[in-house]
Design a binder for this molecule. Structure first.
Ligand code: SAH
Ligand code: CA
Length: 237
């Protein structure tokens, strides 16, 4: 693909080049990455699923979003070793709180000592569970509706729209919802037959979620190619 073609199609050049992504990280992300996040990223690197972790540019984007809206109470679906969780904890006030949900406590334990050392564990309530029942339980109590400032969704992609339908009620009007991996490694534009079996439900879930959320007039949104794709929504009503 040459540059003229990129211009005509408006293709984001960053998606085409590892070198350009590395440039972005090296010039603008790593120099400002807090030491604790760097440590957590390095502790995660040897994990068999290290690629699960949010990319540092997404962590940086989250930090900015959290600061812009002065987020205090947040919810995270899909914690893994805690990179995005720690990015959140470092960017909400001392009395902020995060409900963090993941059935995999073992992965979370990789991050726990680093989160503790960073002094932000008191902000975190980790719930070891699949997220849907926890969200439904939260919604049984009306006082939880509209009580969150921010949500980060980064778990099983086939459930993204199920999460959206619940999280939109938990986040207040004016609050933000961020969805990670919305370009799913490019699988969203690959023919289904070319995608590995286990990824197919995630590919389909991502495509269907994207269609549904774009049609959802309760939110204003922006779909950006940060990391593996992020959809940021603001709840409008
Ligand atoms: N946000 C993390 C990455 C999450 S990876 C980071 O920045 O590092 C996806 C996570 O979703 C995995 O840890 C997996 O255990 C979790 N997950 C899978 N199914 C889930 C479910 N039904 N509910 C909540 N979490 C789930
Ligand atoms: Ca992710």
């Amino acid at each position: 693909m040459d540059f003229a073609d990129a211009k005509v199609k408006g293709n984001p050049v960053i998606l085409q080049s590892q070198e350009l992504f590395d440039y972005l990280l090296e010039t603008s992300v790593y120099p400002r990455e807090p030491a604790a996040l760097k440590e957590l990223r390095e502790a995660t690197a040897s994990h068999s699923h290290a690629f699960y972790a949010a990319t540092p540019d997404v962590g940086q984007l989250m930090a900015l979003m959290l600061k812009l809206i002065n987020a205090k109470k947040t919810i995270e679906i899909g914690v893994f070793t805690g990179y995005s969780l720690l990015a959140t904890a470092l960017n909400i006030p001392e009395d902020g709180e995060i409900i963090a949900i993941d059935p995999d406590r073992k992965a979370y334990e990789v991050g726990v000592p680093i989160i503790e050392k960073a002094g932000v564990m008191k902000k975190i309530k980790f719930i070891e569970s699949p997220a849907l029942p926890v969200l439904d339980k939260l919604l049984e109590d009306k006082s939880n509706e509209g009580s969150f400032d921010f949500a980060f969704v980064d778990a099983d992609k086939n459930n993204y729209y199920n999460y959206h339908q619940r999280v939109i009620k938990l986040v207040k009007v004016g609050g933000l919802l961020m969805y990670d991996n919305t370009l799913f490694g490019g699988a969203v534009i690959a023919p289904e037959a070319e995608v590995e079996d286990y990824k197919r439900p995630f590919r389909r879930g991502t495509i269907e979620f994207t269609k549904a959320v774009v049609a959802d007039d309760r939110v204003e949104l922006c779909h950006i190619c940060s990391g593996d794709g992020v959809i940021i929504c603001k709840r409008l009503y």
